[in-house]
Ligand binder design. Structure first.
Ligand SMILES: [Zn+2]
Length: 224
């Protein structure tokens, strides 16, 4: 399994293809993935994006710098190429994506309390993990949400996602996780974000909390 960030991975894959038009000049330069205008025909006259490993046009490069200074980057979902439907492309079977869009909101409609838990959990919730970063490493605790343990195959699927998630460079430290939050769904708190994913049998909600000395990550697994 590989976990990639949507639509960053799709943009980088599109740029890999666009880049082949430069040898090193491009007769017909590809379109800037961010604004949709043609790039400069000389590769080096374009700018490296601050948010994905792709070249953007020089005005987008300038706009990114200005927006970064104000702490208001343009979300990748607002990039022209993404709005044109890029997210439908390049999705390979083995890839699992983290995305800021929740496609399974119906899961949250039906909740109940489990055992002594003060909180209600969606009835489809199988298990969740709670992790914190202590400055050196991650510590995780698991919580069961069903009376019966999930089957071995389902446990393996959960383990595989969780292991792959923590192997991502973005999950190395709390600081790298903060960077990852640029691609996440903001909430009413400026230190809390959401990401969503899915595997063969699960919808997955990641709640990311960037405050040091707090619980920093909850990963909830809901049976499809
Ligand atoms: Zn541009």
């Amino acid at each position: 399994m590989r976990i990639k960030i949507h639509p960053k991975a799709q943009l980088e894959s599109a740029w890999k293809k666009d880049k082949t038009q430069y040898t090193p000049e491009a007769i017909q330069p590809p379109l800037c993935l961010r604004c949709g205008q043609p790039l400069h025909c000389s590769l080096s006259h374009n700018a490296l994006s601050r948010h994905a490993d792709v070249m953007v046009c020089s005005s987008c490069g300038m706009d990114e710098a200005l927006r970064d200074a104000q702490g208001q980057p343009l979300p990748l979902l607002e990039w022209q190429a993404v709005k044109n439907g890029l997210q439908e492309m390049n999705i390979k079977g083995n890839d699992t994506f983290l995305t800021s869009l929740c496609t399974f909101s119906e899961v949250f409609e039906d909740s109940k309390r489990i055992g002594n838990s003060a909180q209600a959990h969606p009835v489809k919730e199988v298990v969740y993990s709670r992790s914190d970063y202590d400055g050196c490493k991650w510590w995780s605790t698991w919580f069961d949400c069903q009376k019966e343990r999930p089957s071995q195959a389902l446990c393996q699927e959960i383990d595989q996602f969780q292991t792959t998630l923590f192997q991502m460079p973005e999950m190395k430290t709390l600081d790298t996780m903060r960077q990852l939050c640029r691609f996440a769904q903001p909430t009413s708190s400026d230190s809390e974000f959401n990401l969503y994913s899915e595997t063969e049998h699960f919808f997955i909600w990641l709640r990311l909390i960037t405050r040091f000395r707090d619980y920093n990550l909850y990963v909830h697994y809901y049976l499809k």
